[in-house]
Write a protein that binds this ligand. Structure first.
Ligand code: ZN
Length: 290
């Protein structure tokens, strides 16, 4: 059975996974320095009796090398090779959105599909492309960075340095931030601590919640239609915290999407809600090592 390690900006979560089910798991705070993080990973791996370990990283990864991680000091590290040399075990390192899609194809809602795209909605918007059963990493490790599709000229500044990326407009976190600013500028609302859950629940009863909700579904629907028109996949899998309210927004976003996809694609590509939400990072990482 593989060990999955999910390296996040605030915590490192890890556990053993059997056929998509967590057998046990642990987590610790992510240390600040590169040396401490690598030492921590080494300790976790050496304390595990098995031989196959998958590691998910929120950043760009190519052939086991971490090329760029904005929130964790591992950029430029050949992590798979380094940890293999230090521990003698088989180590597989991959972008966390890619790991998510591999897990859904292996054990989740996308079993049986070989040509699929995955979209994770959370703080940012992550993406993954699987073609003929294989992940497309991109030539420079930046393949499937769906969140950085520009959908609004002169839109909000994005963490990547560009403007108007869909992640800066319609990720759950970006929608919350946008609504917070509108509230500060006096838009009437009964929302208190503005959250995506609150926006979803109050969309029919609150002016600001309704406008924020419409912004979310409009830009998600448009962005996903762009992807469908480019890639024409068998199915699209949605994951991340944004799918906690899937039953509320899915239909409306899908209606926007249907208006924008090519006629030959209308009604053809199922939208699937990920099977894994809690522990998705650990399960995705473990799926790399099966
Ligand atoms: Zn961007």
């Amino acid at each position: 059975m593989p060990l999955g390690i999910d390296v996040g900006g605030t915590k490192i979560a890890y556990g053993e996974v059997e056929n998509g089910t967590i057998i046990w798991k642990e987590q610790i705070s992510t240390p600040a320095s590169q040396g401490e993080i690598i030492q921590t990973l080494k300790t976790i791996i050496l304390s595990y009796k098995g031989n196959r370990i998958g590691i998910g990283i929120p950043g760009q990864v190519k052939d086991g090398e971490v090329l760029f991680t904005p929130n964790i000091p591992l950029s430029g590290i050949k992590l798979a090779k380094l940890l293999h040399q230090e521990t003698g075990k088989d180590i597989f390192v991959e972008n966390d959105a890619n790991a998510f899609l591999i897990a859904e194809a292996q054990w989740g809602v996308a079993q049986g599909y070989k040509n699929i795209i995955g979209i994770t909605l959370g703080t940012g918007i992550g993406g993954a492309i699987m073609i003929n059963g294989k992940i497309w990493q991109g030539v420079h490790g930046a393949g499937a960075e769906f969140g950085h599709m520009a959908v609004m000229e002169d839109g909000p500044i994005c963490g990547c340095g560009s403007r108007g990326c869909v992640e800066a407009i319609a990720s759950p976190r970006s929608i919350e931030k946008w609504a917070e600013i509108e509230k500060q500028y006096g838009m009437p609302t009964i929302m208190d601590n503005i959250s995506m859950v609150e926006i979803m629940e109050l969309k029919d009863n609150d002016t600001l919640a309704k406008i924020a909700y419409d912004r979310f579904i409009r830009y998600i629907g448009m962005a996903v239609a762009n992807l469908a028109n480019i890639l024409d996949p068998e199915a699209i899998v949605f994951g991340g915290s944004g799918v906690l309210s899937w039953d509320i927004w899915q239909q409306d976003a899908h209606a926007v999407y249907e208006r924008r996809v090519l006629p030959s694609l209308k009604g053809q590509i199922p939208w699937l809600k990920a099977r894994f939400s809690n522990n998705a990072g650990i399960i995705g990482a473990a799926a790399l090592a099966i």
